[in-house]
Design a binder for this molecule. Sequence first.
Ligand code: NAP
Length: 326
Amino acid sequence: MRAITLNHYGNADVLTLSDIPQPIPGPQQILVQVKAFALNRADILQRLGKYPPPPGESDILGLEIAGVIVAMGMDVTGFGVGEHVFGLVGSGAYAEYCLIDQAMTMVMPENLSFTEAAAIPEAFLTAQEAIFSLGQLQKKESILIHAGASGVGTAAIQMAKQCQATIFTTTSTPEKMAKAKELGANTVINYKEQDFAATILALTENHGVNVIIDFIGASYFSQHLQLLQNDGRLSLVALMGGSKTDIDLRIVHTKRLQIKGLAMRSKPLTEKRKITKQFITKWLPLFAKGKLKPVIDSVFFFHEVKAAHQRMENNLNIGKIVVRVD
Ligand SMILES: NC(=O)c1ccc[n+]([C@@H]2O[C@H](COP(=O)([O-])OP(=O)(O)OC[C@H]3O[C@@H](n4cnc5c(N)ncnc54)[C@H](OP(=O)(O)O)[C@@H]3O)[C@@H](O)[C@H]2O)c1
């Protein structure tokens, strides 16, 4: 089969179209002919040699697929060859065929294309975990979601909206601000032009927010502790602004704050299966009804994957970048 491989780590030029053996499904695995996969920042980090795949996973890049079932392991039940499915994989999405655990496999709602389905798993499952499992967002609470036009950000705004939250978000261009607003954010702040923390404190009469979805880490940490209300929750999803900080912990103690980290990829398979099950039950029906939609920035062909990586590295995408495999 054709797959995107790396001979060595480096910039997008290291991505190479190669012929490699097709994988063989284990007892609980499904072999999917990949019709589309979506990009993630983790792919860029892995390409740079900064984010190795978890032990036992293929070293082919890629965390999410949509496609057609072509073969199944002997213990797989409830699926059939030819069925259209999508889901999260530990690695291996940048290929014509990819293995997926049966309990991580989701049947595509009929109203979604392969391109749309491929854009859902990583963004929406991460947002589900960050907002609800870690953040424990309750109906009508307030939430700050950074990078409101990112893949995870566009999913998070839509999901928070479903529980009538008051949503504050940050981003950096008028186009990205307009998309975040269209998706349901109540207040969109251009963090390059305005101090986001001061703006939110002013708008909330110094009350701040209940939950923060943080992709930035160290450079915002002190402001985040100021912004959280008593019993506030911070879901630390990424560290785009660094990992080292020097903080007086008194504020965490006195406001009873909860700081929780999220790393989806390295979670045990049993956990990821549970997260997928929750998503199938609670959120997937909303895609079939059109109440949730993946935001697709752009669609590239397989041979254009370098350009797709460069677009994400330059922070140009609004929503997900998808690659078609055909
Ligand atoms: N923990 C997990 O399990 C998990 C799962 C999925 C994703 N993630 C992480 O979550 C983050 C978002 O993922 P994604 O796929 O949604 O990303 P994405 O679509 O590539 O968007 C990332 C956006 O973040 C903003 N940004 C970049 N650097 C920034 C910085 N230093 N300060 C503030 N904003 C910055 C940029 O938008 P602006 O123009 O708005 O600045 C950029 O377009 C990534 O870091 C990703 O690795 C973590």
